[in-house]
Each structure stands twice: as structure tokens, then as C-alpha cells.
Write a protein of this length. Structure first.
Length: 404
């Protein structure tokens, strides 16, 4: 008799996530259907009548909330929460039964294979040896057989998704301990790159969006720290914020899948100019968080702007946002070398004309003509050694000077 497989519908805009879930579930006997967005997911749900639906919340066009709302409008899927509880109980029971059976089989096999381990184990150390032997076999089998297959499939899809295979959207990647984030961003500015620069470390995940070498926006999240656009608006004394009303507007924006900032403008809470001001401030704060990351990896991918950033009007020179961020960084030991030669670049004068340089950076600018060493500049400058070295570092990390 053929046992009908349970059907699982996976709705996620990430090909890697879809492939990973499909691989894991299919290897465990489930029939998996996957959709890249909510609209396709609804079509598949009507077609395959799934037992379980796994859906990502953050997706373009139709987010997870909208998908679930639309799904429940179909009478066939209206009672999924009650069915889910029963299925969870069923799964937990089956896992418990499997664990009991596996434990029995494991001990018996270990007893058969290990010398001196009888059916009735009287010695505790012998029992532990039996268990350890079985555990070692299970782990070794997993990492020798199942895990490599799993990772091979996931990595294959990841490489396709990032462009190393076929799509060719991955421009560059590297280790932040070898190439700092300001240096990566200067490269993007100098070569007029467009795309998404992702920064991943143990503590921070950040994304920087770039268009033709100019800064568009940045987001950053850290463990236990979350700052939103609405936080900046509430902190500003120009607006009397009713947090309850604001929370309601934010919820409406999410339900309609409209960016929160744009929704605030549409509701008359702030003006369009105010929105650009707060977005710029929010982006700078996120960038400063990312710039403080010293350990981790970066990935520069050719990618279109997300739909929720399409109405951002500003495009900022890379050196402008970098100047505001790198001043907070500690002095690198590289700039303690008196023989290090620092030379200003043409855009340094542009930054000076636009009033972006502080007093020390402005005063140092003229001394960096003619490829002078840091030691020489320290002697010729009226500023202290520490200030000179810090200003040299700021100009370099902002892409306004070169070193050799």
C-alpha cells in the first residue's frame, strides 16, 4: 500500500532558502512545493492543497502578512491554525517514538559490536562506552554522507544566487581584516559601481546600497540594538508624536506593503523634505555602525535597488558619508609610521569647497601636496602629531588621499 506523502508549501523570495528547505524536507519524506513570491504561492496552494505552509514575512510586492490574510480568505485554508496544533502534537509523538526506538536499536547494536558489553549492562563505564560508540557512528555517518550532500546542493544554489555561477552578479568579496569597509566603499566610488554591499560579522549585519559610485542608503542591525526611522522622528522636537497613532500608521503601512516613510508622508505626518532628511540621518547612523566592524566578510553584488528605496531622491558622494563616519574610528598603527607618504587627491578640494572638512583636515590639505611623508607633515603643521596622523587617516579612508 502506498502511503501518501505530506505536502509542504514553501513561500520565500530567496532561492537558497527555498532549496535548503526543499532538500531537508524531501529527504525526510515530504512532498515540497516552493514559490518565489506570495502571488505564486497562492496559486500553488490552490493547486496542491498543502498540509503545511512555510512563509517568509519580508518579501517584495506581497509580504507574509498579506499572503496569510489572502490565504485565509479561502474557506479551504481558514482552519489551518487548529490543524497545525494537531500536526505539531502528531510530529512530537512520532519524534518521541522514533527516539525511543532509536535508543533501543542503538544500545543493542552497540552491545553487539563492542566487546564486553552484554545485554544487561551492569557496569556504568561500559554503558557509557556503548553510548559514545553509537553516537560517534551516527555523527561520523552524518558528516561523511548526509552533510556533504546537503552543503554541496546549498552552496551550488548560493553560488548561482550570488552570481559566481552563470548569473555573474557577485562583483567582489573579501575579509574585512584584510580590506577595511572604507577601502571597499572607496573602490566602489572610484569605479562607479552599482549594487548591494553586504557586511556580515558575529555582531553586525549591514547592507549598503550604491548607484553609479554614489551612496544611496544603508541599514544595519546588531544583537540587542534596533533603531528605526520612526525613532528619529519621535526624538525630534519639531514633531509632537503620539506613539499610539504612529504605531497604528506603521501597522497600516506594513499591511499595505508601503514603505513606512512614504506612508507617513501620504498621511501628512511629515513632509517629503522631512522624509529625505530623516532617511539621510538614518542611513548615516547605519553606515557608522557598519564602519565600526573590523572582523567579518563583505560581499558586493550587482543588484537593483529594493522597491522600498526607489523613492529616495538623494545620491551622495561616497567621500561625504565616509567623512562623517571614519572620524569616529581609532587611529590605525599604519599612520604611526613617519615614512608613510600621504598625497591628497583632486576630490579633496571639492570636499573643502563644500565645507565638508573640519579645521584640522582643511589646514592639513595644502601640506599633502608633493607626496610628503607623515613625519614631514607633522613637523610642518601647526597641529599636534596625534591630530595630524588622525587627519591623514580620515582623508585616506574617505577616499580623499592616497598612501604609499
Amino acid at each position: 500500500m502506498t502511503i501518501e506523502k505530506k505536502k509542504v508549501l514553501v513561500v520565500d523570495d530567496s532561492p537558497t532558502v527555498r532549496r535548503l528547505v526543499e532538500l531537508v524536507l524531501s529527504q525526510n519524506g515530504y512532498e515540497v512545493y516552493s514559490a518565489e513570491d506570495g502571488e505564486h504561492g497562492l496559486d500553488l496552494a490552490r493547486e496542491c492543497d498543502p498540509d503545511v505552509v512555510l512563509v517568509d514575512f519580508v518579501m517584495p510586492r506581497m509580504n507574509g502578512h498579506m499572503f496569510c490574510k489572502a490565504l485565509r480568505e479561502n474557506e479551504k485554508f481558514s482552519n489551518i491554525p487548529e490543524d497545525l496544533i494537531a500536526k505539531i502534537d502528531e510530529v512530537l509523538k512520532s519524534v518521541t517514538d522514533a527516539d525511543d526506538s532509536g535508543e533501543k536499536d542503538g544500545v543493542e547494536q552497540a552491545e553487539t559490536e563492542k566487546h564486553g558489553c552484554s545485554t544487561q549492562v551492569g557496569d556504568v563505564s561500559q554503558l557509557l562506552d556503548c553510548i559514545n560508540d553509537k553516537f560517534d557512528k551516527v555523527v561520523r555517518t552524518y558528516f561523511q554522507k548526509d552533510f556533504p550532500v546537503l552543503m554541496k546542493n546549498v552552496m551550488s544554489d548560493t553560488l548561482r544566487e550570488t552570481g559566481l555561477i552563470k548569473h555573474q552578479v557577485l562583483i567582489m568579496s573579501g575579509d574585512l581584516s584584510r580590506m577595511s569597509l572604507p577601502e571597499v566603499m572607496c573602490f566602489c566610488g572610484a569605479t562607479r559601481q552599482s549594487g548591494r554591499l553586504s557586511i556580515i560579522s558575529d555582531e553586525t549585519f549591514a547592507e549598503i546600497f550604491i548607484e553609479n559610485g554614489r551612496f544611496v542608503f544603508a541599514t544595519a542591525s546588531q544583537k540587542g540594538k534596533h533603531k528605526f526611522l520612526t525613532d528619529l522622528i519621535c526624538q525630534d522636537n519639531r514633531f509632537s508624536c503620539d506613539t499610539q497613532s504612529l504605531a497604528k500608521i506603521v501597522e497600516e503601512a506594513r499591511e499595505t506593503n508601503i514603505p513606512v516613510g512614504r506612508f507617513l508622508v501620504d498621511k501628512g505626518v511629515i513632509s517629503d523634505d522631512d522624509l529625505m532628511y530623516y532617511l539621510k540621518q538614518h542611513a548615516q547612523d547605519a553606515l557608522n555602525t557598519a564602519l565600526a566592524t573590523k572582523q567579518g566578510n563583505f560581499f558586493l553584488e550587482k543588484d537593483d535597488l529594493p522597491f522600498n528605496l526607489e523613492d529616495i531622491k538623494f545620491r551622495l558622494p561616497m567621500f561625504e558619508v565616509l567623512l562623517n563616519g571614519v572620524r569616529e574610528l581609532e587611529l590605525n598603527s599604519l599612520f604611526n609610521d613617519n615614512d608613510l607618504v600621504v598625497t591628497r587627491m583632486p576630490q579633496c578640494a571639492v570636499a573643502a569647497q563644500e565645507g565638508l572638512l573640519d579645521e584640522k583636515e582643511q589646514g592639513l590639505m595644502l601640506l599633502l601636496d608633493g607626496a610628503r611623508s607623515v613625519g614631514t607633515v607633522c613637523k610642518e603643521s601647526s597641529f599636534g602629531d596625534a591630530d595630524v596622523r588622525k587627519a591623514c587617516q580620515v582623508l585616506y579612508l574617505a577616499g580623499l588621499a592616497t598612501i604609499n
